[in-house]
Design a protein around this ligand. Structure first.
Ligand code: AR6
Length: 171
């Protein structure tokens, strides 16, 4: 199982994978952080398409094309805003990973890259979020052939070290 996971430091918009996951908001109309970077790199056609999709509830996913990105698909998911941990945040974040992986299977995706959903503007604690990301992914790939490769793209050294530590513990 271990060999199907890759942890890298970098920019998700540059990943040569079939699909990248976007940490979007419920409007799907773009924003800052990784969402802003993905819209800038994909070009204005992405916003045209997500405008037509018309939004996405927290924990769910919607799929668009990748336009100018190397990735063919963008799987938009909406993470929870951290509100102290008693607002179902952990389950909602787990749903983001499960539903993104299911959407990947539905679109024939063999390689997928995830950012660290909810750990920026939405303030989800990084270590707990990383445990959820890696646990949900492990459960999924144990019972599914695809995606064959899952890349976790860490934006900065702190995230990279956290992912590496949690990976050693969980896998
Ligand atoms: N590649 C990979 N990771 C990145 C990149 C990048 N280019 N840029 C930032 N990150 P955030 P959230 C990391 O705030 O917390 C948006 O405005 C970042 O360091 O992008 O889910 C949306 O529209 C952090 O670890 O997403 C929503 O309104 C992680 O991506 C809101 O932010 C997520 O940080 C969503 O908040």
């Amino acid at each position: 199982m271990k060999e199907r996971i890759k942890i890298v430091e970098g920019d998700i918009t540059e990943q040569e994978v079939d699909a990248i996951v976007n940490a979007a908001n419920t409007s799907l109309l773009g924003g800052g952080g990784v969402d802003g970077a993905i819209h800038r790199a994909a070009g204005p056609e992405l916003l045209e398409e997500t405008r037509k999709i018309g939004g996405c509830p927290t924990g769910e996913t919607r799929v668009s094309k990748g336009y100018r990105l190397p990735a063919r698909w963008v799987i938009h998911t909406v993470g929870p805003v951290w509100a102290g941990g008693h607002k179902n945040e952990e389950n909602l974040l787990a749903n983001c990973y499960k539903n993104s992986l299911r959407a990947a299977v539905e679109h024939g995706v063999k390689t997928i890259a995830f950012p660290s959903i909810s750990t920026g503007v939405y303030r989800f604690p990084l270590e707990r979020a990383t445990e959820i990301a890696l646990t949900e992914t492990k459960k999924f790939i144990e019972t599914n052939e695809n995606p064959d490769k899952v890349v976790f793209v860490c934006f900065g050294e702190k995230a990279l070290n956290t992912y590496r530590e949690v990976f050693e513990r969980i896998y």
